[in-house]
Design a protein around this ligand. Sequence first.
Ligand code: IPE
Ligand code: IPE
Ligand code: MG
Length: 234
Amino acid sequence: MVIPQHVALILDGNGRWAKKRGLPRTMGHKEGCVTVEKTVEIAARMGIRYLTVYGFSTENWKRSSDEVGALMQLFRFYMVRLLKIASANNVRVKMIGDRTRFDRDIIEGINRLESETKDNMGLTFVIAVNYGGRDEIRRAAKRLAQDCAAGKVDADQIDEATFASYLDTADMPDPDLLIRTSGELRLSNYLLWQLAYTEIVVTDCLWPDFNKEELEKAIVQYNRRERRFGGVKG
Ligand code: IPE
Ligand code: IPE
Ligand code: MG
């Protein structure tokens, strides 16, 4: 079985998982965090090189202040745990998205996670927080325009590789496989540039129930696909 180099995940269904059990939505998020931890370890052991997980979108701020507040608290708590898990599993952690909107202690936590794990050579675990594909492209376009105005870049020379180097994912390969849990058939503003030729697998499994078997099932499906890029085999 070919293990995809880069797996992207839209973890969805925490709320539905909690509702099914008569629990508050935040309990679903808490359980979802445990599943993220487990998935990092499983992916690292499987030999996946990059795992990119959608944790909080630019649109998620529109949820109730109670829910957003609870998510921020969970984020604070799991950042500390993640540092231990990353160190124990040789995992390098990287965050994409616009971190400037978070509270100062969260920003410091993110910076610390990245700097303390930067030399780990195993899995690169990428967390998308306050991330939106459109916002990422907007921020990249702004910086590129500034570099053009400053005479650092010649507008006539801008190719796809130049543009990609301004994205948050600069230096990362595009995802080979996208998995979305909870059955929804949409991208929800995730990695809009990078998913251009990614194979997509959607499972009805709710995120807190996701496990090694579900990941393996998605990889089996991926192996049955014939990847094509413009009608040409990849
Ligand atoms: C995904 O679960 C977690 C986040 C977006 C933070 P949801 O909270 O979207 O769960 P559902 O979709 O309401 O079930
Ligand atoms: C996608 O889930 C965003 C994250 C997983 C962080 P949402 O639940 O926010 O997306 P929609 O509303 O179903 O598109
Ligand atoms: Mg959802």
